[in-house]
Design a protein around this ligand. Structure first.
Ligand code: ATP
Length: 419
């Protein structure tokens, strides 16, 4: 049986610089120079979006090579590069490298899903890693081993690809020289095979990072050929010193668990759950919009936050009695942050005062005293309002999502849902 060596790397970057994918790409260049070949695309695996120590996107990287007589040399290259390039000065940068020989086991796959759904401590990760035979290397606190083990272990039943182009180091922190017109052209020619390129509602170029990291741009796609075409269209006026295609779990909804009901959901978990809208969504200071949903088990506050921009307008159309399925995660304030929702059944009936024979809507004649018509004086004894079908700005069965600019790495956009 062919034996593979898996390499997991995480937590090498900081908000001020570096990117674990760039470091991985440097390692791959060194591998190639020595004839060490990867057995698959390098993988960029996004983990629990609520992991407390994450600096940005909570992503770990893994590589798979043949476990032959050059495996020891490969390990040396990995450790040297992590030592050379990690942002050790940052308190929150605690790199972890893991080597694993053999087949990925069921328990490793389960661990990887736990790293997406829950919190794992460094101690737990170390204990688990040792129990399955991982060779563990911790730098500083070594928190990166949590993500490293997950990055090699996660099965990808669904996947996407990301092409990352890297800048020359003297340009780090400067404005990226990307020709935006060419990005619009690229999107027109390659969407929906590529996606998340541009947020048209905000005029926001999503392929361009906003941090001083080595990445010039990142293009996301369902398949590799579209990425190569996209790269040939995007024009830049600064050097691209390296580029790499990663296989990822981005935009797969792998973080979303199907919740049995509202009360079964836990803080810092990501779920899909069905609930009835309890009250009209209201906007508070700071521009965040909130409302409650409920079911037989309980209720939870849902939020569409300010960065979700126009999505709040869509949410504002919800009314009490609407049945919706929400997708998202429960954050710091115990509020369900909505990533998208599907309308299951709109409440398109409103109870209104009856219309008088003369055509005017009647008004209440007092508590339990029925209705009266102000125009012709007509009276009705019954105090029962009448059901009226109302026009809605939302549609049954339809999905509504946050804009590209506010999308989480793991969130599956509607363009990937065959809708
Ligand atoms: P990116 O590489 O996209 O910039 P990031 O900088 O946000 O991501 P990392 O540098 O990957 O994040 O750091 C996240 C840290 O959180 C890593 O040390 C990782 O091991 C750890 N981590 C990942 N998943 C979990 C989890 N489920 N529970 C606790 N810690 C986690």
């Amino acid at each position: 049986m062919i034996n593979f060596l898996y390499v997991g790397i995480d937590d090498t970057d900081s908000p001020d610089g570096m990117c674990t994918t760039y470091l991985a790409s440097q390692i791959i260049n060194k591998f190639e120079a020595e004839g060490i070949k990867l057995k698959d695309y390098p993988r960029l695996i996004r983990l629990n979006p609520f992991a407390r120590f994450k600096t940005r996107g909570n992503g770990g990287v893994s590589l798979k090579i043949l476990n032959d007589d050059r495996a020891d040399r490969a390990k040396d290259i990995v450790l040297d590069e992590v030592e050379r390039l990690s942002m050790f000065d940052c308190d929150n940068t605690n790199p972890g490298v893991v080597f694993y020989e053999g087949e990925i086991t069921k328990s490793m796959e389960e661990y990887a899903f736990r790293a997406i759904y829950e919190f794992i401590t460094i101690e737990e990760a170390e204990e688990f890693g040792k129990s399955v035979g991982c060779e563990i290397h911790k730098f500083k606190k070594g928190r990166g081993i949590i993500g490293s083990i997950a990055a090699i272990s996660l099965p990808l039943s669904d996947c996407t690809y990301e092409l990352l182009a890297y800048r020359s180091s003297e340009n780090y922190g400067t404005k990226r020289q990307i020709d935006y017109e060419s990005v619009y052209r690229m999107d027109k020619e390659t969407f929906p095979d590529t996606f998340e390129n541009i947020d048209y509602s905000e005029g926001y170029i999503a392929i361009e990072p906003k941090t001083p990291c080595p990445v010039l741009y990142g293009i996301r796609s369902n398949e590799v050929e579209a990425l190569k075409k996209a790269k040939s269209i995007v024009e830049v006026s600064e050097p691209i010193v390296d580029w790499r295609i990663f296989k990822t779990n981005q935009h797969t909804d792998m973080h979303i668990q199907k919740a049995l009901n509202i009360s079964s959901m836990k803080q810092y978990g990501c779920y899909e759950v069905v609930g009835e809208v309890k009250n009209r969504p209201t906007i508070i200071d700071g521009g965040h919009m909130f409302f409650y949903i409920f079911d037989d088990s309980g209720e939870i506050e849902c939020g569409a936050y300010e960065p979700t921009k126009n999505f709040r307008k869509t949410v504002s159309h919800l009314r009490p009695g609407d049945l919706i399925k929400v997708f998202g995660g429960i954050g710091e304030q115990n509020t369900f942050n909505i990533e998208k929702f599907q309308v299951i059944k709109l409440n398109d009936v409103e109870y209104q005062n009856p219309i008088c024979e003369c055509g005017k809507r009647m008004t209440s004649a007092g508590k339990n005293k029925g209705f009266k018509c102000k125009k012709c004086g007509n009276r009705i004894e019954s105090s029962e309002k009448v059901p009226v079908k109302i026009e809605r700005n939302l549609e049954n069965s339809k999905f509504y999502e946050t804009p590209v600019s506010a999308r989480r790495h793991l969130s599956k956009p509607l363009c990937r849902m065959n809708i």
